[in-house]
Design a protein around this ligand. Structure first.
Ligand SMILES: [Zn+2]
Length: 376
C-alpha cells in the first residue's frame, strides 16, 4: 500500500472525472461522498455499517472534537481513527465554518477567532496554527486550511476582504502544517459568487501549493442555481491533477450537478440527519416515512435497494418505528440514505468511466420526476 498521498484521474466525461485518491490508510474512489461523523460517530451507525454502505472516507469536525472530548484527549488515546474504530481515511474540517455558525461571543481578527463554546461557554481561540495543531493531534489524513466564510448575500467588498484574509490564513496554515508525508493539506477557494474573486483566490492558493483544493463558501444559502453558476467556472481555475472538493454539498441533485461540473469530493450531513427525522432519499425522490399512507404498506422503501432497511422491512414497519420513536428507526433510515448516496456515487463513477454520464444524468432526473412509488 502506498505511503504517500496521491491522486490519479482514470477517465473523464465532459468536465466530470473519475479517479482514485491514494493514502496510507486506503484508497478513495472519486467522485466520493463523505458521510459526516461530527462527534467521532456517524450518528446511528456502527463504523462497519458505514463501510458496508460503500464509504471510503469519513469527515470529522474540528470544532466539535476540540471542545469535546478535546483533541489532546483523542491524541492520548491513539488518535481519531482508533478512538472511533474507523481505520480508513478521515478528512477533518478546520473548525472555521462551525465556529462562525455555532459558537457565541465571537471576535474575528487577523490573528484568528476568539469564541465561547456552545456547550459550556468556555473560552477558546482558533487560529490557522491552532487548527493545524488540532487536526494533527486527531491524526487526520486530509487536513483543511483554516478559513473564514461570510454568509451570503454579502457585498463584493465584504467577500473580497474576507477572501484575502483567508488567503493569508492559507499561507499560515501551509507553514504550520509543515512536511507530513502521507498526510494532505487542502486549500479552500473563497470569493462568494463573484468570478474575479474566485479566480484571484484560486491563483493565491496555487502559488502557495496544496495537495487538493476545495471550493468553499457555497451551499450557504445562495440556492442551487447560484451554486451551479459558480461551479460552471470555478473548478476550471484549479489544477487538473489535484482533487477538487465541494464542501457541505448536498442533496442528490446537487451532487449530480457538481460532479458534472468537475467536482471529485463532497460531504453533507443530509443523509444521516434526514434519517433521524423520518426522511428517506430514493431514486424516485424524497419519501416522508411518517406520512399516514405508509402505515399499511407491505412494500419496501425502494424495491431495487439492497440495504438492510429495504431488504428486510416494510414501509409499514419503518412508519411504525418512527412514530413509536424507536432507535431502530434512525438506524434503518440512516443506513438506507447512506446506501442510496453511495450507490449514486458508484453509478456516477461507472457512467464517467464508460463515457455515458449524460444518459445516466437524464435517467436520474427522469426517475425522480416519476415521484414516489405508485399507490397499492
Ligand atoms: Zn434501502
Amino acid at each position: 500500500m502506498t505511503q504517500r498521498f496521491g491522486f490519479q484521474v482514470h477517465a473523464t466525461d465532459g468536465k466530470a472525472r473519475t479517479g482514485t485518491i491514494s493514502t496510507p490508510r486506503g484508497e478513495i474512489r472519486t467522485p466520493a461522498f463523505m458521510p459526516v461523523g461530527t462527534a467521532a460517530t456517524v450518528k446511528a451507525m456502527m463504523p462497519e455499517s458505514v463501510r458496508a454502505t460503500g464509504a471510503d472516507i469519513l469527515l470529522g469536525n474540528t470544532y466539535h472534537l476540540m471542545l469535546r472530548p478535546t483533541a489532546e484527549r483523542i491524541a492520548a488515546l491513539g488518535g481519531l481513527h482508533r478512538f472511533m474504530n474507523w481505520e480508513r481515511p478521515i478528512l477533518t474540517d478546520s473548525g472555521g465554518f462551525q465556529v462562525m455558525s455555532l459558537s457565541s461571543l465571537r471576535k474575528l481578527t487577523e490573528e484568528g477567532v476568539r469564541f465561547s463554546s456552545h456547550i459550556d461557554g468556555s473560552k477558546h481561540m482558533l487560529t490557522p496554527e491552532r487548527s493545524m495543531e488540532i487536526q494533527k493531534l486527531l491524526g487526520s489524513d486530509i487536513v483543511m486550511c483554516f478559513d473564514e466564510c461570510p454568509a451570503l448575500p454579502a457585498t463584493d467588498d465584504v467577500v473580497a476582504k474576507s477572501m484575502r484574509m483567508s488567503m493569508r490564513w492559507a499561507q499560515r496554515s501551509r507553514d504550520a502544517f509543515g512536511d507530513r508525508p502521507g498526510h494532505a493539506l487542502f486549500g479552500i477557494m473563497q470569493g462568494g459568487v463573484t468570478r474575479d474573486l474566485r479566480e484571484e483566490s484560486a491563483e493565491a492558493l496555487k502559488s502557495i501549493g496544496f495537495d487538493g483544493y476545495a471550493v468553499g463558501g457555497l451551499a450557504v444559502g445562495e440556492g442551487q442555481e447560484a451554486m451551479f453558476s459558480v461551479l460552471d467556472y470555478a473548478p476550471g481555475f484549479l489544477p487538473e491533477d489535484k482533487p477538487r472538493y465541494l464542501m457541505g454539498v448536498g442533496k442528490p441533485d446537487d451532487i449530480v450537478g457538481a460532479v458534472e461540473r468537475g467536482i471529485d469530493m463532497m460531504d453533507c450531513v443530509l443523509p444521516s440527519r434526514s434519517g433521524r427525522t423520518g426522511q428517506a432519499w430514493t431514486r424516485r425522490g424524497q419519501v416522508n416515512i411518517k406520512n399516514q399512507r405508509h402505515q399499511d404498506d407491505p412494500r419496501p422503501l425502494d424495491e431495487h435497494c439492497t440495504c438492510p432497511a429495504c431488504r428486510n422491512y416494510s414501509r409499514a414497519y419503518l412508519h411504525h418505528v418512527f412514530r413509536a420513536q424507536e432507535i431502530i428507526s434512525s438506524m434503518l433510515l440512516t443506513w438506507h440514505n447512506l446506501h442510496y448516496y453511495q450507490e449514486l456515487m458508484q453509478g456516477l463513477r461507472d457512467a464517467i468511466f464508460e463515457n455515458r454520464l449524460q444518459s445516466f444524468v437524464a435517467d436520474f432526473h427522469a426517475e425522480r420526476a416519476q415521484g414516489d412509488i405508485e399507490p397499492l
